[in-house]
Every structure is written in structure tokens, then in C-alpha cells.
Ligand binder design. Structure first.
Ligand SMILES: Cc1ncc(COP(=O)(O)O)c(C=O)c1O
Length: 491
């Protein structure tokens, strides 16, 4: 490497880990004959399959070991019977249905910011799994809280007339943290459900306030708001929508950074708008920061035209931007806030909506009216217990403040690479960011090269890799990421 981008010597780490990687010790971590037999059968099946399809003289694992073998892109068989032999029962999310089980990296264990696959390879997780593991892996405090709650009662529903203590406690805690006064909390099990709930709450609140004509949801291009029909219809990533129509009516998607475009739309149809929906920092769309004054401009437009402002904080919430909420980072008061992911750091699925005063008031105006919206697991006590323990960890470990330090070190390292021309662009805020690879490089190939060096990132398109490490990542681990990126984009 021509020049060091961090404080850690790469060559030593690299040698050590490539040795580990090549020592494929099937079954070691599990110690069970049955497990290793299973894996053995899968591997043999995979090797056979590859051999048949590719006519390879050496169908086994390549020089990068199990990790490289799993990453090699495969041609799916056109024979349905052959396919059934290689694809497993698990239909993966956001994946090609033809991809064989053996091609996936199966993660079996985690601690701090590191995870291990079933071949024993270690990875530094540069993505907090899928933007959620803020407190890292293997936190005994959360496991203990979950076990204790399960010991009392694992689950009971919260439809009228029932309630559970962890949901009441977590709601009170989140209301205290909320970026708007006197919020209440509606719980879901995912970000998509949270977005759909926020859209429904916005519409029903207008109905209750005597404005049933306000049904339009204004959203931004590049925005990601999940995969259920409300959020899918509102999102601004057309590839995700392809083939899934027809969509929910009343969604208007406008250019992401163009406040004038939204102002013009509001001037014309503002009286029909229920809410403006925006991520503070757009995440899954490639990590795009709002232009200066943009979110404040959305707030102003919402106020001028009697619409609500929904901030989708499914990625930005819980410390990611160096504040509890993106709303606080950008000094904007929302009416509704969606959250999920890091509310439990993923230990148990949980999401929800912070419901501000302007939305509460019409819902609470008539004590004979009933909110006919709720999921079986809205307020799930074990999930809420995980949330309470997770918030304790974030507080205790000072992770909100740590986000800024992580971002400065990680993205500072990437910016040094960009200054040397090894990267085309770095975008970041707090501890979330993206790098655009230089022209002629493919982000998916760089991702795979990084995996072979034991670093997990996410390629969201062929030029962009995203970064969102656990907020417990150490400086040495950050430096290893930067060095691995340097090696991957300069070789
Ligand atoms: C901003 C945003 N909203 C909604 C969602 C959907 O969340 P989930 O995948 O938990 O349904 C995501 C997921 O990444 C997200 O980033």
C-alpha cells in the first residue's frame, strides 16, 4: 500500500486473517456431529452442482476459502429439478430466488462489532447488520432482560382492554426522548409497519379534524420507506416497485432535494395534502444528506398548508447521527416520527411511531371514537423489554456521543482516500455514510473483495457502498476497515 490511511499495520492483520480463512474447520464452532454432517452434505452438494454446471476441473472452494466459495456468483440451473436440489426452503428477502443455499454467508455468532460465519471466518461489521445493531452483538444485558420478561410472560396483546408493563414503560421513555413535546407512542414490529401506521394516522387525524379531503402523501425520490404497500407506494426507488402495482393512491413522489418543486406542488394542491414524508438523512437510497435548510423548509411548507411532517427515522434514530433523533440533528420539529431497527438494536423486532400533539389532538377529541388500527404484536412485551434494556445500554455506554467520533475517524479515513483519487466521493453524517467508487470500479466487486478481507459493507448500486457500523466499534476496528477499503480500491 502506497500510504497508510489509518494507524494500524494492514499487512500483519491481512496475513493473520488469510491464514485463518484458509483453515476451514467445518463443525468446530458447533461441535455437533449432526450439524457438521449437514454442512458437509451442503458443501458436497454445492461442489457437485458447481462442477456439473461450470465443467470446472476443480469444483471445490477457491483460494479465498469458504468465504470466496460462498461469494462466487453462480449461474442458476434452468432445470427445475436441479434447482430444487440447490436452493433451500428459505426464500431469502431481497435476493435472487435461484441462489443456492451454499452461496450465502451464514452468520452464526457475534460479539461487539464483529461477527463470524459458520466456517469460522471473522468479519468486522461495517453495517450494524442492516443499519440496526447500534449496541453491537452479544450484549448480556439485553439477553437477560428478554429472558426475564419471557419468564414472566413472553407475550400478551394490547388491544382494548389489555395492556402490558414493558410497552407502557418503553412508551414513556421514548416520549421523554422524543423530538417533540407530549408525544405518545404507537408500536409495530418493523419499520415498514411503522411507516404504514404513520401514513394511516396522518390521514385519520385529518378525517377526525374534519378534513377528509387531505389524503395526499408527498415523498421524495431516493427515499426508502419499506416494503408494505403504504411505504412501498410512497418510496422513491422505482426498482423496488417494479411489478408490484397497483399502488396505494394519493402518493406523490417529488425530486429529493428540490424544495422549490415541493413548494410549487403545495401551492397548487396543499389543501389535499395529509403529510410530507422524509428521511432526515436518506439511508438505503445511498446515504444522501439533506441540503442546508431543506428539512426546515419542509416544516415551513407543512405549517403553511396545514399538512403534517413525518420524519422516517428508521435508520437515523437512536444515536446514528450523534443525536437521539435526526430531527434534533437538523433542528426540526416533526408531527410524526417512525422508528424501528436500533430501538432494540435488532435483538427483537420492534418499530413504532411517535405521535405528536397536532396528530393526537383530533384523535383524542371524541371519547366515543375508536382507533381501528393495530397489529397483533403492537406493544409486544418481550420486544419492549429488549427496547428498554437497549436504551439503557445506549445511555450507559455514551453511544450517542460516540457516533460523532466514529464518523470522524471512519469517514476521515475515506476522505483521505478520496483526496488521493482512490474514491470518487464520500458522503456522511454522524456514523452513517457512503463511498462512491472511482470510475471503472464496480461496487459489488469491491464489496466482495472487502468480505474476503473480513469487512462487511453493503453495495446499494454498482457505484455506492454504505457504512453504518455498530456504535461500539473500536478505533482499531475502524482503522482496519479503512485499510481494507484502501487495499480493495487501489489494487
Ligand atoms: C427509512 C426506512 N424506513 C422504513 C424501513 C423499513 O423497515 P423494515 O425493513 O424494518 O420494514 C427502512 C428499512 O431499511 C428504512 O431504512
Amino acid at each position: 500500500m502506497a500510504r497508510p490511511y489509518s494507524h494500524v499495520s494492514w499487512s500483519h492483520e491481512c496475513t493473520e486473517r488469510s491464514l485463518n480463512r484458509n483453515a476451514v474447520t467445518w463443525g468446530n464452532s458447533c461441535g455437533s456431529w449432526c450439524w457438521s454432517s449437514c454442512v458437509g452434505v451442503m458443501v458436497l452438494e454445492f461442489m457437485w452442482w458447481r462442477h456439473v454446471l461450470e465443467g470446472s476441473g476443480h469444483p471445490g472452494l477457491d483460494t479465498t476459502g469458504a468465504r470466496g466459495g460462498a461469494l462466487a456468483s453462480q449461474r442458476p440451473s434452468t432445470d427445475p429439478k436441479e434447482r430444487q436440489m440447490t436452493v433451500g426452503a428459505f426464500l431469502h428477502p431481497y435476493a435472487k430466488p435461484t441462489k443456492p443455499d451454499a452461496d450465502y454467508l451464514c452468520i452464526v455468532r457475534g460479539a461487539g462489532a464483529r461477527v463470524w460465519d459458520r466456517a469460522g471466518n471473522e468479519y468486522i461489521d461495517g453495517m450494524a447488520s442492516l443499519w440496526y445493531a447500534n449496541v453491537g452483538y452479544g450484549r448480556p444485558e439485553i439477553a437477560a432482560a428478554v429472558a426475564a420478561q419471557m419468564g414472566r410472560i413472553a407475550a400478551f396483546h394490547c388491544f382494548d382492554p389489555f395492556s402490558v408493563e414493558p410497552a407502557e414503560q418503553l412508551a414513556a421513555r421514548l416520549a421523554e426522548l422524543a423530538p417533540m413535546p407530549r408525544a405518545r407512542v404507537f408500536f409495530t414490529s418493523s419499520g415498514s409497519e411503522a411507516v404504514d401506521s404513520a401514513l394511516k394516522l396522518a390521514r385519520i387525524a385529518h378525517v377526525r379534524a374534519g378534513h377528509p379531503e387531505r389524503t395526499v402523501i408527498v415523498s421524495r425520490s431516493r427515499g426508502y420507506h419499506g416494503v408494505t404497500y403504504g411505504g412501498l407506494s410512497a418510496q422513491g426507488l422505482p426498482l423496488n416497485q417494479e411489478g408490484f402495482g397497483p399502488f396505494v393512491e394519493g402518493m406523490v413522489n417529488l425530486p429529493a432535494d428540490d424544495l422549490e418543486a415541493i413548494a410549487a406542488f403545495m401551492a397548487e394542491r396543499g389543501h389535499e395534502v395529509a403529510a410530507i414524508l422524509a428521511e432526515p438523512v436518506q439511508g438505503a437510497g445511498g446515504v444522501h444528506l439533506p441540503p442546508d435548510g431543506y428539512l426546515e423548509g419542509l416544516r415551513r411548507l407543512a405549517d403553511q398548508h396545514g399538512a403534517f411532517l413525518i420524519l422516517d427515522e428508521v435508520i437515523c434514530g437512536f444515536g446514528r447521527l450523534g443525536h437521539w433523533w435526526g430531527a434534533q440533528r437538523f433542528g426540526v420539529r416533526p408531527d410524526l416520527v417512525t422508528f424501528a431497527k436500533a430501538v432494540t438494536s435488532g435483538y427483537i423486532p420492534l418499530g413504532g411511531v411517535l405521535v405528536g400533539e397536532a396528530v393526537r389532538a383530533p384523535l383524542e377529541g371524541d371519547d366515543t371514537w375508536m382507533l381501528r388500527h393495530g397489529h397483533t404484536y403492537s406493544g409486544h412485551p418481550t420486544a419492549c423489554a429488549a427496547g428498554l434494556a437497549n436504551l439503557d445500554v445506549i445511555d450507559h455506554d455514551g453511544l450517542v456521543a460516540r457516533a460523532g467520533e466514529i464518523g470522524a475517524r471512519l469517514f476521515g479515513g475515506f476522505r483521505a482516500l478520496a483526496a488521493d483519487g482512490a474514491l470518487a466521493e464520500v458522503r456522511s453524517d454522524g456514523a452513517v455514510g457512503a463511498i462512491r467508487v472511482a470510475a471503472g470500479r464496480d461496487a459489488f466487486a469491491v464489496r466482495d473483495a472487502l468480505l474476503r478481507q473480513g469487512v462487511i459493507t453493503r453495495a446499494v448500486n454498482d457505484e455506492t457502498l454504505t457504512w453504518c457500523p455498530p456504535l461500539v466499534i473500536t478505533d482499531a476496528e475502524i482503522d482496519r476497515i479503512v485499510d481494507a477499503v484502501a487495499a480493495s480500491v487501489t489494487n
